[in-house]
Structure formats: C-alpha cells, structure tokens
Design a protein around this ligand. Structure first.
Ligand code: ADP
Length: 253
C-alpha cells in the first residue's frame, strides 16, 4: 500500500509519501493558495519517490488549509494526525505539545496513539510561531536564528501578553541598550509559560514530545523543559508529525 499525507499549515505545507518502510518528505511555503501548495507537494513527492500518481491508493489531508484541497480522498483533524505520527516516532509519549504558525495545541495520549484529551489556543497569536516571527523581525533576525542567539543567563522578562504590545516592549528594551540574546531568552520563556499553563490545565504525563515548526527552536524547548520540570523529546522530523500521521492513516496501518 502507498499512502500520502499532506499537512497544509498556515505557514508551511508538508507532505510525506510512504511505501512499506520507505518514506519521502517535502515542504513548501503555503503562501496565498493552500490548494496550489498541496498540489505542488503532490508533484514534488511523486518526483522524488519515482512513484506514479496511479499507484498512490489514498491521499489524506490535514492542517488548516485541508478544506480547500479537493485532491484529497479524505480530510482528518490535526489532533488525530499528530497522535498517529507520534505513536510511530515515539510510542512512549503521553503528552504532545505542538506549536505551529498560528496555533498551539496540547494532546494527551493513551496507548497506541489513542487521544485522551486535547486543548488548543487558536484565538491569540501569543504562544505561536507567528508571535516568534513578528518578534524576530523586530530584532532584525530570521526566526531560525532565535534559538542560537538567546542568552538565558541575561534573560529579560517580557510582560506583555499581546503580540502587538510585546513587539513595542521589545523595541523599547532594544532602545534602552538591552542585549538581543537576553530579550530572546525572555520571549522563549513567555511562549513556554503560556503553552505550559494550557498543558497544566489538562495534566502533563510523561513522556512529553514537542512538535511543529517551533520545535526547531532549541530555546523554546529549553523554556518548556524549565516550565514543566522534565525533559522534552523533539523528534527529528518534528515539523512533519501531522503529515506523517496522515500518510500512515492513508496507507491503512
Ligand atoms: P503551520 O503548520 O501552521 O504552517 P508549522 O508547524 O509548519 O506551522 O510551523 C511554522 C512555524 O515554525 C513558523 O511560524 C516559525 O515560527 C517556526 N519555524 C519554522 N522554521 C523554523 C526554524 N528553522 N527554526 C525555528 N523556528 C522555525
């Protein structure tokens, strides 16, 4: 069986094709058209795998743009796909913290990826990848540079809960001569506190995995570990967890 999973996110569209134990992955920016991004991922995955479109039994789509993507045989929630993806990558995980471009989620799992409970923040940009992108721009950096530039020893607390006010606060801190590294450490702590507060309301069971594009930032991982008080696992393919789950469910097992 050959299955394809496509996760059309607010920032990035990720896709995985699985055939037996082999898998191939591709990513493009979602841009203004989720449909075009999904189509482009199908083309890329077929090219890199050498698999014909007719050989693909099923394509399952997830992510916020899934409803606009008619090429999919079925659409699935991100919760279900993340749970299936992590059950494959780290079956011992019981709590997933997923931080993507425009939302953050906490998913509690039972055995074999069974979803016990979940909570989501999709109402406010604070505590999401978008928040960190806006702050990186205010600091004259790319979001991928934040993790390397932080200096936890000189952390500046960021007090504003709102993205717009936090951006002004950062501009003020820079104007007063504070170091970028200390400000970045404070930003990571503010994301960590926000997401862990949501997780605590549900209860955090070990092991804990951190997924989504923001998991590529080691500073946010450190902040989560400090807030929760335990190690957090970041799978190598953290940003592809939802696409992997969709591909495995499309494959049928
Ligand atoms: P979505 O599914 O909503 O498109 P993703 O899970 O793909 O979101 O995550 C996108 C977010 O990941 C971006 O908003 C950005 O904050 C963060 N991100 C992406 N690449 C990196 C990187 N190399 N280093 C740190 N953060 C990153």
């Amino acid at each position: 069986m050959i299955g394809m999973g496509i996760d059309i996110g607010s920032v990035a569209t990720k896709g995985i094709i699985v055939r037996g134990d082999s898998q191939w992955q591709a990513m493009v920016p979602t841009g203004w058209s989720p449909r075009n991004a999904g189509q482009s991922i199908i083309t890329q995955l077929l090219n890199i795998s050498g698999i014909d479109r007719q050989e693909v039994e099923r394509i399952y789509a997830t992510g916020y743009g899934r409803v606009a993507f008619e090429e999919a045989d079925k659409t699935l929630t991100e919760i279900k796909c993340h749970a299936r993806g992590i059950a494959e990558l780290n079956p011992e995980v019981r709590t997933i913290i997923d931080i993507g471009g425009q939302d953050s989620k906490v998913i509690r799992l039972g055995e074999k990826g069974r979803v016990v409970d979940f909570a989501m923040n999709d109402k406010c940009a604070a505590g999401t990848g978008r928040f960190l992108q806006v702050m990186a721009t205010a600091l004259g950096l790319d979001v991928s540079e934040l993790g390397q530039a932080e200096e936890p020893a000189r952390m500046m607390s960021i007090n504003s809960m709102c993205t717009v006010f936090a951006e002004s606060e950062i501009i003020g801190l820079l104007a007063r001569g504070n170091s970028k590294g200390g400000i970045i450490a404070g930003l990571h702590q503010s994301v960590g506190k926000r997401v862990v507060a949501m997780a605590r309301r549900m209860g955090v069971n070990r092991e804990v995995a951190f997924t989504g594009g923001v998991a590529l930032n080691p500073g946010v991982k450190r902040a989560l570990e400090e807030e929760i008080g335990c190690m957090v696992i970041v799978p190598k393919t953290c940003q592809y967890t939802g696409a992997l789950g969709a591909a495995l469910l499309a494959r049928g097992w």
